[in-house]
Design a protein around this ligand. Structure first.
Ligand code: HEM
Length: 184
């Protein structure tokens, strides 16, 4: 099995982890909505623990992905896109991967600075190694808000690019990310 991306194609690991991240992120947003409508505090806490677990998975998978992205070749684009678009789309993709490493750290740091322990299902938890400090929490929260807004803008651009390639340019960019073998 091809373990790393090369100039001609994404590795199956990249393809699989890309969609693990996209689905985990969607599940985190879905759980947030569910928590808002939960009938009891106990249910909110249980859903919050699942959300924390997904955040941890996102962090671990994205740490690997970010490293893999910057240490391997990015496959050539499908078709003949404008070089500026290629540079922008690749920079956005790398930033999205980095954001999925930094944003979960910010959530953990904010909770730790507020004196909260990040609980996981099964009675597990993530140790809060930072001191309780309201000023630190405020700084981290501001940084998180800025980072999350930039992330959402980048994600919108990324999904728009994928939709444009698929529906308007009718090329195989999205199908390649879904595992289709594309000859370049
Ligand atoms: C519905 C959601 C998404 C769609 C339709 C989508 C689509 C795509 C497509 C078509 C590519 C291949 C681009 C190319 O050929 O160069 C790609 C690559 C990439 N996408 Fe997404 N994407 C989505 C969500 C996400 C999310 C949530 C993230 C990260 C938070 C992300 C990060 C990346 C990265 C880093 C790459 C470069 C390849 C890699 O290292 O995985 N994408 N995406």
């Amino acid at each position: 099995m091809q373990l790393r991306d090369n100039g001609l194609r994404f590795s199956p690991i990249t393809v699989a982890l890309h969609w693990v991240v996209a689905i985990s992120l969607l599940a985190i947003f879905g759980l947030q909505l569910w928590i808002g409508h939960a009938s009891s505090e106990a249910q909110q806490l249980a859903l919050g623990r699942v959300q924390n677990l997904l955040g941890l998975i996102l962090f671990l998978v994205s740490s690997y992905r970010f490293w893999a992205r910057i240490t391997s070749y990015h496959p050539l684009p499908v078709g003949t896109p404008n070089p500026i678009e290629v540079i922008i789309s690749r920079s956005v993709a790398v930033s999205l991967a980095l954001a999925m490493v930094l944003l979960p750290i910010a959530v953990w740091a904010s909770r730790a600075a507020a004196g909260e322990v990040l609980q996981l299902p099964g009675g597990l938890w993530i140790p809060s190694l930072l001191p309780v400090n309201p000023t630190l929490k405020h700084v981290v929260d501001v940084l998180f808000a800025i980072g999350a807004s930039a992330f959402l803008a980048g994600l919108a651009l990324h999904v728009f690019g994928a939709a444009k390639n698929h529906f308007l340019l009718k090329n195989n960019t999205l199908k390649r990310m879904l595992g289709k073998h594309v000859e370049l």
